[in-house]
Design a binder for this molecule. Sequence first.
Ligand code: ADP
Length: 166
Amino acid sequence: MEIEVVEGDITEQDVDAVVNAANRAMRGGGGVDGAIHRAGGPAVLEDCVRRFPDGLATGDAGWTTAGEMAARWVIHVVGPNFNAGQRDRGLLTSCYRRALEVADELGARTIAFPLVSAGVYGWPLDDAVDAAVETLRGTPTQVELARMVAFGRPTYDLIASRLGQE
Ligand code: ADP
């Protein structure tokens, strides 16, 4: 699997699946979650309600339609809330591993990731990048391209240097 980084908005990525940093309730929220629900329209929330009546566990992943976005699917993951004391790194790496497993079930070949837990949930940025890169590199998958979407230049520079990209 090729791994690349771009700076931009994940809702605008022309890939098979975009990953959402959701929360356990799976009913929308702030940050990238809010942006994905706004861009995808009401079909995303409707599918969340139908497919996840009890929400989703921390570290797990599940899919819905991407509604009006260019992507076909949203793969929702629930990262650990570092600020609330959830500091088990295995829960963070599990999000990336489970997202790729769901992508394989769907037959998605291209997928875009935000930096899970690195926003409101407060996971330290350097380690959030390391956890993402090492898990994407270490997980066997049929996915051909993982695009890490950095929201802002400092995050882009950090991911690019970790990937060994200029
Ligand atoms: P969490 O609650 O898992 O920390 P956030 O949405 O607060 O989720 O932040 C996760 C990451 O997504 C952060 O790096 C944040 O800057 C980034 N982000 C926020 N909006 C977007 C967007 N539209 N596209 C890509 N990344 C985004």
